[in-house]
Design a protein around this ligand. Structure first.
Ligand SMILES: [Ca+2]
Ligand SMILES: [Ca+2]
Ligand SMILES: [Ca+2]
Length: 131
């Protein structure tokens, strides 16, 4: 369970583009597959938006140290200021879960190649390769 939450947290940090040290370590295919199977909760071979939301909620609450429903720069640690600003849609200096989800879904959207609203491992591989 801890490993799953950690994987989700790493995925969130990587997706958020914060923590450049994490991102500098190339996402290898094993990591992609582990993250994918962790996210594919019902094991049907596709990650849906609902499954992503579940995954993100776990990662989000893990990072939200003071549990106020927002992630601050302090809570995220080392970060890329430009990436933070890109996610912080209302520019209040903190990230709501809605902002993080919207950002992730927007990023993922272009990789939903057959536009069925879910992501296969192959589609996620393209996503990871693009980062
Ligand atoms: Ca699934
Ligand atoms: Ca917080
Ligand atoms: Ca905000």
């Amino acid at each position: 369970m801890n490993r799953l939450v950690l994987a989700a947290a790493v995925a969130l940090v990587a997706v958020a583009g914060v923590g450049s040290r994490v991102r500098a370590a190339q996402v290898d295919d094993t990591t992609t597959q582990l993250n994918f199977s962790a996210a594919d909760r019902d094991g049907d071979g596709y990650v849906t938006e609902a499954e992503i939301a579940g995954d993100m909620a776990a990662a989000f609450s893990n990072l939200d140290k003071n549990h106020d429903g927002f992630l601050t720069r302090e809570e995220l640690g080392a970060h890329d200021a430009a990436a933070f600003a890109a996610i912080d849609a209302d520019h209040d200096g903190k990230l709501s879960f809605g902002e993080v989800m919207a950002y992730k879904l927007k990023q993922l959207d272009t990789f939903d190649q057959n536009h069925d609203g879910r992501y296969s491992l192959e589609e996620i591989r393209h996503f990871d390769a693009s980062r």
